[in-house]
Design a protein around this ligand. Sequence first.
Ligand SMILES: [Zn+2]
Length: 485
Amino acid sequence: MSPGTLDKYEPVIGLEVHVQLATRTKIFCACPTGFGAPPNTNVCPVCLGLPGALPVLNRRVVEMAVQGALALNCQVRGESIFARKNYFYPDLPKGYQISQYDRPLAEHGHVDILLDDGGSKRIGVTRVHLEDDAGKSMHEGFRDSDRYTYVDLNRTGTPLIEIVSEPDIRSSSEAYAYLTELKLLMQFCGVSTCDMEKGHLRCDANVSVRLRGAEKFGTKAEVKNLNSFRFLKQALDYEIVRQVELIESGGRVVQETRLYNPAVGETFSMRSKEHAHDYRYFPEPDLLPLRIAPGWRAEIEAAMPELPPAKRARFISGFGLRPYDADVLTQTREMSEYFERAANASGDPRGAANWVMGDLAAALKADGKELADSPVSAEQLGELVALIAKGGISGKLAKEIFPKMWSTGESAAVIVEREGLRQISDTGAIEKIIAEVIAANPKQVDQYRGGKTAVIGFLVGQVMKASRGQANPQLVNDLMKKALG
Ligand SMILES: [Zn+2]
């Protein structure tokens, strides 16, 4: 298919994202949520759905869910209702999932994403609701896996929020940017680790295409199993082309659920509309309506950290950072806080930004360390930057001092003092070296005086060499010109 044909169509995408909340215990019982326990050990009558067991809502789950919803600029309802979503599946022992239906926790939010061209776009968030997770079916890895499927119910009852977007997304890269920002917001408030490998962030997409300029949406397919950022992008690109090709060849898109197979890079039909579930939602009789009083809501809101959009704006206006740098430095809460401490200690925020994104990031990567384990503290890095800014050491020397700080944990000042590395800005001392260099290089001096002024670079280099790189280069340059007349 030609790119021109593809360009005639506009993709319309909405994402449904499940985020596992980072509570220690499950949503309706006190079982631990930890990952990696032996199968079926973190279970009790409540999460196993045994007769007579009653759910008790975990207060911390509500607090985290409200924080997540507020981070997405949602309106939190004063009262929301739990509902049973009924279906049969071996990893769902209750025979229903406890979710929320017509009165979800929060609605009417949005996420602003940064576009490739530097602009931004607002993606609507339809709703955020609470639900419990199902267990896991294990189809592989046992000697009789050809005949049996095993079930691990440890995950049953783990708290989730489902975040449903408006169909505002128009390309796979916008979807990627939306999910990236959403993940960042959840991580910043500490609501979830969003570790995709552990299934803490899972994504399904509703995809349709329509001719550009058309108002009516095309028929959508739901694509499941988009469990990495790369797969999300690949699956959407595949699905968009598939639907356009289908329409261009006279066919029509059918409403269905499709699965993405990363091994072949294609989506395939899982079930058609005729086999779609009727979940027979009804209000959960074992749980009271969830009421969030204004006072409690205010308490939860007060505990929210400053979020990336506000931080970025402040880094740009207050510290004079470029938007790109502000974006990089707010990739994690730890990095943004480290940078801010370094910037404040340095008196040169842009210099601090360059060091955090440059030498520090490279050293962390080389040693496979997290920022929390950095041997150079934010204050120490800020001090190094301050030394450069105030002319105490040259930028070149700082590049040599930093690895020593990294390996010893010592401050820049201690290393500079011990190794006698302080930049020489003493005019008398520099003039003395210049006189020696001029005396030792009469040929170059003659050349300079004869009009070959470029040779000054060589003479300055000799002074820098003689001072072991410690002389203030600008000062050397000025004094050399003066000495040569
Ligand atoms: Zn339990």
